[in-house]
Design a protein around this ligand. Structure first.
Ligand code: HEC
Ligand code: HEC
Ligand code: HEC
Ligand code: HEC
Ligand code: HEC
Length: 233
C-alpha cells in the first residue's frame, strides 16, 4: 500500500514538474498551479480547488469584473445560454447529451476525459487551462469546427438534401457556389462586399476553400448568433 502511495506521489510530482502554463494563464499574469489546485485536503478527484461540478465556478472566479488584475474577458452565469429562452454564451454545466439540439457525449478522448463524472460540459471540456497550443486555450484545433462537430455530430450534414420528413440542417464543409446569382464573396453584416470594404471585423468566417462552417453563422461567447458582428465585453 505504502509503495503504491509513494508511486502515486512520485508520478504526481513528475507530472507537476514537467507541466508549464501558457500565458496569460502563467507568470505574465502572476498565475501558478496553486491559484487553481490544492495538494492537500482538496475536494475533487483532480486536486482542484473545487469539486468537478465547480470547475466553471473556478474559471468564473477570475473571469469576472475585478476577479483578477486587469481582467477584460469576463463572464457571469447570467450570459449562459438557456436555449430558446435567454443567454449569449454557449451553455456550460449542462448534460453533454441533448438530442433536440444535436448534441451527444463527445467522442474525442481528450474531450471525453474532461466532462464531469455525471456527464456535464464545463468550461474545461472545451478549454485546456494549461495550454494555448490551440488558441484560445482550446482542447483541439477548431479551424474546421472539429470541436463543435465532435459533440454536435448529427448536425454535420455535408450536402444539400431534399426533405424526407426527417429533421435536416444547413450544410457545412461545402464551398460557396461560385455563380453570379450567389454572393461569393458574400456581403458582410453591413451589406458591403467582404473583404474588399476594408473592414474585416464583421466578415463571415469560412473554412479552407471558402467552406461553410458552424462558426460561419454561430459565435460561442457574447454572441448575438451572428459571427459577422463584433461580440464581447
Ligand atoms: C487556471 C487554472 C489552472 C491552473 C493555473 C493550473 N491548472 Fe491544472 N487543471 C485545471 C483544471 C480546471 C483541471 C481539470 C480539468 C478537467 O478535469 O476538466 C486541471 C487538471 C490538471 C491535471 C489533470 C490532467 C488534466 O489535464 O485533466 C494536472 C496533472 C494538472 N492540472 C496540473 C497542473 C499543474 C502542474 C499546474 C501548474 C504548472 C496547473 N495544473 C495549473 C486548472 C488549472
Ligand atoms: C487565477 C485566475 C484565473 C483563473 C482561475 C482562470 N483564468 Fe483564464 N485568464 C486569466 C487571465 C488573467 C487572462 C487574461 C485576461 C485578459 O487578457 O483580459 C485569462 C485568459 C483566458 C482565456 C483567453 C486567452 C486568450 O489568449 O485570449 C481563456 C480562453 C481562459 N482564460 C479560459 C479559462 C478557463 C476555461 C478557466 C477555468 C478552467 C480559467 N480561464 C480560469 C486568469 C484566470
Ligand atoms: C462548447 C465549448 C465551449 C465552452 C463550454 C466554453 N467555451 Fe470559451 N470558447 C470556446 C471557443 C470555440 C472559443 C473561441 C471562439 C470565440 O471566442 O468565440 C472560446 C473563447 C473563450 C475566451 C476568449 C474570448 C476572447 O475574447 O478572446 C474565453 C476567455 C473563454 N472562452 C472562457 C470560457 C469560460 C470561462 C467558460 C465557462 C464559463 C467557457 N469559455 C466555456 C468554446 C467554449
Ligand atoms: C462537449 C460537447 C459540446 C461541444 C464541444 C459543443 N457543444 Fe454546442 N451544445 C452542447 C450541448 C449539450 C448543448 C445544449 C445546451 C443546453 O442543454 O442548454 C449545446 C447547445 C448549442 C447551441 C444551441 C444554443 C441555444 O441557445 O439554442 C448551439 C448553437 C451550439 N451548441 C453550437 C456549438 C458550436 C458552434 C460549437 C463549437 C464552437 C459547440 N456548440 C460545441 C454541447 C456541445
Ligand atoms: C447558414 C448559417 C448556419 C450554419 C452553417 C449553422 N447554423 Fe445552426 N443555426 C442557424 C440559425 C439561423 C439558427 C436559429 C434557427 C431558429 O431559431 O429557428 C440555428 C440554430 C442552431 C441550434 C439551436 C436550434 C435548433 O434548432 O437546434 C443549434 C444547436 C445549431 N444551430 C447548431 C449548429 C451546428 C452544430 C452547426 C454546424 C454543424 C450549425 N448550427 C451550422 C444558422 C446556422
Amino acid at each position: 500500500m505504502l509503495k503504491i502511495l509513494l508511486t502515486i506521489i512520485l508520478l504526481l510530482t513528475f507530472t507537476i514538474s514537467v507541466m508549464a502554463l501558457d500565458d496569460p494563464h502563467g507568470s505574465a499574469a502572476s498565475i501558478n498551479c496553486e491559484q487553481c489546485h490544492v495538494t492537500h485536503s482538496s475536494l475533487g478527484d483532480i486536486l482542484i480547488n473545487s469539486t468537478d461540478a465547480l470547475i466553471s465556478t473556478l474559471c468564473l472566479s477570475c473571469h469576472t469584473p475585478g476577479g483578477w488584475t486587469g481582467m477584460s474577458k469576463y463572464f457571469s452565469s447570467s450570459i449562459k445560454a438557456q436555449p430558446g429562452v435567454s443567454g449569449t454564451s454557449h451553455a456550460w454545466d449542462v448534460d453533454t447529451a441533448n438530442t433536440g439540439l444535436g448534441a451527444n457525449q463527445p467522442q474525442d478522448p481528450e474531450l471525453l476525459a474532461h466532462i464531469t463524472k455525471d456527464g456535464k460540459v464545463t468550461c474545461a471540456t472545451c478549454h485546456d487551462p494549461h495550454s494555448n497550443s490551440n488558441p484560445p486555450f482550446l482542447r483541439m484545433d477548431n479551424s474546421a469546427d472539429q470541436l463543435c462537430i465532435d459533440c454536435h455530430r448529427s448536425r454535420n450534414q455535408t450536402s444539400v438534401k431534399t426533405y424526407t420528413g426527417s429533421p435536416l440542417s444547413h450544410p457545412v464543409g461545402v464551398a460557396l457556389p461560385a455563380t453570379s446569382t450567389f454572393h461569393n464573396p458574400p456581403l458582410d453584416t453591413d451589406g458591403n462586399p467582404q473583404p474588399s470594404d476594408g473592414n474585416t471585423s464583421n466578415d463571415y468566417v469560412f473554412g479552407a476553400g471558402s467552406t461553410m462552417k458552424c462558426t460561419s453563422c454561430h459565435g460561442v461567447h457574447y454572441t448575438d448568433s451572428n459571427s459577422g458582428t463584433v461580440d464581447g465585453p
